[in-house]
Design a protein around this ligand. Structure first.
Ligand code: LLP
Length: 421
């Protein structure tokens, strides 16, 4: 078993996801290849469900982490709703069999067209991020003859102590309505036609590895709930966002069960047990469930640095290039040879195209390596840069491996383009 990835393990020197051997999957489906453990996804969800059992609650999977249809279908069948941020994500949720009454629509830049479509299909609520958005949503709802259920995303000004690109609940971030403006914004929402206030939410950041910032944000949120209700505006639900971190290297985040238990205890202590509780987890449901398998194309040792050139690049997995994220890289076949220190790089024409730096690996050209904990923000952030088709994806359950997305071909990449004449 490898750290943080309980469903990825070596057996007799070969790397497996559940009961599927990765070299065999690479031979069958080609590389680069994303491989997901469905059991791992459901086990992560179960940790949330255990803590919330017996409460009125809804877990809305934040599909930006991985919006492949079979992944969405897995969570929809398990009873999850979805947290979406675009009409594209909404259509995916519907295509995967998701219940639109369990969809919440987040994001700072919803367009009128997106609002209209979400109203038509009857989403659970809009997580509104500004007072200007309230006005537009009210207009769209009135024009459509429908009522928009609204939760205000409040920016609690709490430091989640994570990477600056993925911290969202600080005053300087573009997200949410400032804490001190929140009561006024609720009064405005309650007065506007076409809107029905139903809840309140925060999301303070991503890859958070401690409970303390959540508890701090929760306390501030509950203060607000009390302040808002003092004006006669009822808040039926509290949405505590997503953001729980996973183990990439040696991080030790609390389990979902432990984090939620601490939050629910605080909610009960402060007399808010009657409210419906919502969560929007992304990474913690899928991150450790996925690996990216890639073939070693060339070994390029030099006097300064050794490069191990693999066939997956920053277009397939951008987290190392974008956030300097450290993601474990494991050989799919253990060789009985001393490891050499390599920079594992992709084929894209950018010096920033690396997957891991200074990694001890015993590999030869033609071997496969797996980047671990790649189930979240891997495929969903993949691009076609350098006109590279996106990878294929496989969902594993026990010994069963299903292709859930074909590898993109050059014709797919040119689809919808037009020559001048
Ligand atoms: N809810 C909202 C409103 C969000 O903005 C996000 C993530 C989530 C829920 C889910 O957060 P999670 O549970 O996955 O941490 N690409 C970055 C992460 C960006 C997160 C954006 N928002 C990465 O690869 O680290």
């Amino acid at each position: 078993m490898l750290p943080g990835a309980p469903h990825v393990a070596y057996r007799d020197g070969l790397l497996f996801v559940e009961d599927c051997e990765l070299n065999a999957l690479a031979a069958e489906f080609g590389t680069p290849l994303y491989v997901y453990s469905q059991t791992a996804m459901l086990a992560s969800l179960a940790s949330y469900q255990r803590a919330l059992a017996g409460r009125d609650h809804l877990i809305c999977y934040a599909m930006k982490a991985n919006s492949s249809l079979a992944v969405l279908q897995t969570f929809a069948r398990a009873g999850c709703g979805f947290d979406i941020v675009s009409v594209g994500e909404l259509e995916r949720a519907i295509a995967a069999g998701g219940d639109t009454a369990k969809v919440m629509f987040s994001g700072v830049g919803k367009t009128r067209h997106e609002m209209r479509r979400a109203l038509e299909v009857g989403v659970l609520c809009f997580n509104v991020e500004s007072e200007a958005e309230l006005d537009v949503l009210s207009q769209v709802a009135v024009q459509s003859g429908l009522t928009a259920k609204v939760s205000l995303r409040v920016n609690p000004d709490v430091d989640p102590r994570t990477h600056p690109y993925i911290s969202t609940g600080l005053k300087g971030n573009k997200f949410g309505i400032a804490h001190e403006r929140a009561v006024a914004a609720y009064l405005r929402a309650a007065a506007l036609p076409g809107l029905e206030v139903t809840g309140i939410d925060f999301h303070i950041g991503s890859q958070i590895t401690e409970a303390a910032p959540y508890l701090e944000a929760l306390d501030r949120l509950l203060d607000l709930v009390e302040g808002v209700e003092a004006h006669g505006i009822a808040l039926h639900h509290i949405d505590l966002g997503g953001g729980l971190g996973i183990t990439y290297a040696d991080e030790q985040p609390p389990s979902a069960e432990a984090l939620l238990s601490a939050l629910l205890e605080r909610i009960d202590e402060r007399g808010h047990s009657h409210r419906r509780i919502l969560f929007e987890p992304g990474r913690s449901l899928v991150g450790n469930a996925g690996v990216l398998v890639s073939e070693v194309l060339y070994l390029k040792p030099s006097s300064v640095k050794n490069f191990c050139v693999v066939d997956a690049g920053m277009n397939d997995l951008i987290r190392p290039a974008l956030y300097q994220a450290w993601m474990r890289i494991a050989a799919c076949t253990l060789r009985d040879e001393p490891p050499v220190i390599w920079d594992v790089v992709g084929p894209v024409c950018e010096s920033g195209d690396w997957l891991g730096r200074e990694r001890p690996l015993a590999v030869k050209a033609g071997d496969c390596v797996a980047v671990l904990s790649a189930g979240a923000y891997g495929m969903s952030l993949a691009s076609n840069y350098n006109s590279r088709g996106r990878a294929a994806e496989v969902m594993v359950s026990g010994a069963d491996a299903r292709l859930i997305r074909d590898r993109e071909q050059p014709a797919d990449l040119m689809h919808g383009e037009h020559l001048l004449d």
